[in-house]
Write a protein that binds this ligand. Structure first.
Ligand code: MN
Length: 731
């Protein structure tokens, strides 16, 4: 049985070695606190629980992490296993330590298991995303390392599941974070339980050849050291056997037995400077025979986890190939401790150099251009902020855009699930389908065969394009009628925005022409349906057919005029285009003259119109049905009347006046004003006049673009209670 004293003094030694100035009183306070909290707990082997936090703190100290991390390691199981609270830890040891403990607790509670190979990367990302502070990840790795070292006390089932998890998450993370030493140990410990036969086979072989191997390695080491020392290059050189799991991998990938395997030996030469590295390389190539194609310069091109060294493989006099790794002490530190080594540099050099920040940034694969300096200072893990990772009830991981909802989740599973969704459970609790999902949530979608399908609102709630596309597809298929209504409304609004009347669409010729242009639709309804489900935007549709509609409108206006007593000579296209329009009106035979609109009848585009040549004020345009235009049949006046017509519609508004017949009541004026405001019409004048017998009239002068708009507003006004009639203004 292991004792508290042994572990405590071992931890103390390690802390003294890596952090001579550490506040030991504070560390003792944390040890005491954890010891009291865990006093009724025992390890599986029967030893006091406190041994585990002590061992984890020692690993963390060995990594070179800071005091907060060591305190966090000592307290890491307190919230999970005892009555200790975040508040209490914060009060005694500060906010940072409390947050580290909280972070480790969250990871301990989360379930990082999946049987799907393709999901592993997501699992690791989720692990990182949940941690927020890189020190949480490092404490958790230290925690796992100690648990792996004492795995023999667990049940066989637990051994397998923990070792699998270690291989799936912890070892790759240690690798990603550049911590080779820890990665190797985790791999070898896991392999003992996951592939005990192969592990023992390799170990037996290595043990049997131990003496032979050691002699060989000593010979090579001495040869290198001697040469370098003679050349005045300070060096530390040693040989080692590669770790068991990597030998196992080599056997697997090369299909060989261990006795057929070469390069299980690796030598390290650690020197003071980069120029020395290249000098050593030259001497090594001089001493031994080079194996071609095996030289790698990771100094000029570091690995993604910022590993740096020169690698070369050579063959010694016995004909045995071996690898030589040449590096500086700083590179060595990085290779052994990875990201944790950063704290060592930081303690030595204030804020750390640009290179260090770059190093951490690349280490964590932050592809976004986030401010790496800020990143390091806050020590936050934010590279997966644009993603959230959640589980299905069966444990499959689903990766979604940040802020995704159960709707996104449902459609990520299957469109059938999304379309049949009637509710959702998150972590076994009923929740809103627009709730934001968080990392590690277990999401269950409640479905029903009688579900009505998605709601249009979902399109604006969901975050993933996948969900949006699938919802649109559903609407396209299931809701044609509704799509037509929505699509038509959108199209109408867009037509209005660009100043075209919907009435123009009644022309069957135009329909054929326009739909031909949009090619994939047979009828207007088909087009509206497409707009309704989102396959086509209203602005795109209107944009493409705008010119055709304007031209048709022009033709319609001409037709109307042609039905007037004053017949206009049909114009050729070219002539129409050349003719100069003033205020949207073309006066026949007169290229450019002053145009004004008659106050009596306030014509708007779409109205049949005639023009009257005034004395000195140009042409006054009247509606063809205006009483004041009646006298154009008078022979004496006829010469003053000219044929006019609307030019192709432009988005220019016209004044017009409506008179409303009403039954007098309070608030009517307000109702009229409200209708005008809601219709987004610019009102120029609005007044009411009481008439005898409880009657009144309201006169409203406002801007419209055309008759269609005018009629739509008139309809809305007539819908007001107590408005009983209306007529166009006749001043
Ligand atoms: Mn633990």
């Amino acid at each position: 049985m292991e004792t508290f004293e042994a572990h405590y003094s071992s931890m103390q030694d390690t802390i003294h070695k890596h952090m001579p100035s550490a506040d030991m009183a504070l560390i003792d306070k944390a040890v005491e606190y954890a010891n009291v909290k865990h006093q009724f707990q025992k390890r599986k082997d029967g030893s006091p629980y406190i041994i585990h936090p002590l061992a984890v703190a020692e690993i963390v100290a060995e990594m070179g992490l800071d005091l907060d991390a060591i305190l966090g390691a000592l307290l890491h199981d307190c919230i999970e296993d005892t009555d200790a609270s975040h508040e209490e830890i914060e009060k005694l040891f500060g906010g940072t330590v409390a947050q580290l403990v909280e972070g480790v607790t969250k990871l301990t509670r989360a379930n990082f298991s999946t049987s799907e190979q393709a999901q592993m990367e997501n699992l690791r990302k989720m692990f990182m995303a949940m941690s927020k502070d890189i020190r949480v990840v490092l404490i958790k790795i230290a925690d796992r390392l100690h648990n792996m070292r004492t795995m023999q006390y667990q049940t066989p089932a637990k051994q397998i599941s923990k070792c699998q998890e270690t291989m799936d998450i912890y070892a790759p993370l240690a690798h990603r974070l550049g911590m080779q030493k820890i990665k190797w140990e985790l791999e070898d410990l896991s392999m003992q339980y996951l592939a005990p036969g192969e592990y023992n086979e390799i170990m037996t072989y290595l043990l049997a050849h131990k003496e032979q191997d050691e002699t060989f390695m000593r010979t090579i080491q001495e040869k290198i050291t001697q040469r370098l020392t003679n050349m005045g290059i300070r060096n530390t050189t040693y040989g080692r056997i590669k770790h068991v799991y990597s030998i196992y991998r080599k056997m697997q990938s090369q299909g060989k037995r261990i006795d057929e395997l070469y390069d299980i030996y690796a030598f390290r030469v650690i020197v003071d400077s980069i120029p020395d590295c290249y000098n050593v390389l030259g001497h090594v190539h001089d001493l031994f025979n080079l194996v071609p194609g095996r030289f790698k310069d990771y100094i000029s091109t570091p690995k993604p986890n910022m590993y740096q060294s020169l690698h070369t493989t050579v063959i010694g006099s016995q004909g045995i190939p071996f690898e030589v790794q040449i590096r500086t002490w700083e590179m060595h530190e990085t290779a052994e401790y990875g990201i944790a080594a950063h704290w060592k540099y930081k303690q030595g050099s204030g804020n750390g150099s640009e290179k260090d920040f770059e190093w951490v940034r690349r280490l964590l694969e932050t592809q976004q251009d986030s401010d790496s300096e800020e990143f390091v200072q806050s020590m936050k893990i934010d590279m997966f902020d644009d993603e959230v990772f959640v589980y299905t009830p069966k444990g499959r991981i689903v990766s979604l855009p940040a802020d995704s909802t159960p709707i996104d989740f449902a459609y990520a599973i299957h469109s059938g699930v999304g379309n049949a969704m009637i509710g959702a459970k998150v972590n076994n609790r009923i929740t809103n389908i627009d709730a934001k999902l968080r990392n590690g949530d277990i999401v269950e979608i409640l479905t029903s065969k009688t579900a009505k399908g998605p709601s249009r609102d979902w399109l604006s709630i969901c975050k993933s394009n996948q969900a949006r596309t699938k919802i649109k597809q559903w609407f396209k298929k299931e809701k044609r009628e509704e799509n037509i209504i929505h699509g038509r409304a959108a199209f109408e609004a867009e037509m209005k925005r660009v100043g075209l009347p919907m009435s123009a669409l009644s022309d069957p010729e135009l329909e054929a022409q326009v739909l031909k242009k949009l090619s994939s639709f047979d009828t207007w309804d088909d087009m509206y349906a497409a707009i309704g489900y989102g396959g086509l935007t209203a602005s795109k549709a209107v944009g493409r057919v705008r010119d055709d509609i304007a031209r048709a409108l022009k033709a319609q206006a001409t037709d109307k005029l042609n039905q007037n007593p004053l017949r206009m000579k049909p114009d050729s296209e070219a002539a129409l285009r050349n003719r100069h329009a003033v205020n949207g009106v073309i006066v026949e035979d007169i290229d450019s003259c002053m145009i004004k609109f008659a106050k009596c009848c306030t014509p708007v585009p779409g109205d049949a119109i005639v023009g009257y040549i005034t004395k000195g004020f140009g042409v006054s345009v009247h509606r063809a049905d205006c009483p004041n235009a009646k006298n154009r049949e008078d022979p004496k006046q006829a010469a003053r009347w000219v044929r006019v017509r609307w030019a192709a519609q432009e988005a220019q508004p016209f004044d017009t006046t409506l008179e409303l017949d009403c039954i007098t009541r309070d608030g009517l004026l307000l109702d009229v004003a409200t209708v005008m405001t809601t219709a987004r019409v610019r009102v120029k004048e609005l007044y009411g006049k009481d008439l005898p017998g409880g009657r009144s009239t309201f006169t409203v002068r406002f801007e419209v673009r055309d008759v269609a708009e005018l009629e739509s507003i008139r309809k809305k006004l007539l819908n007001i209670r107590d408005v009983v009639g209306s007529r166009r203004g006749q001043n």
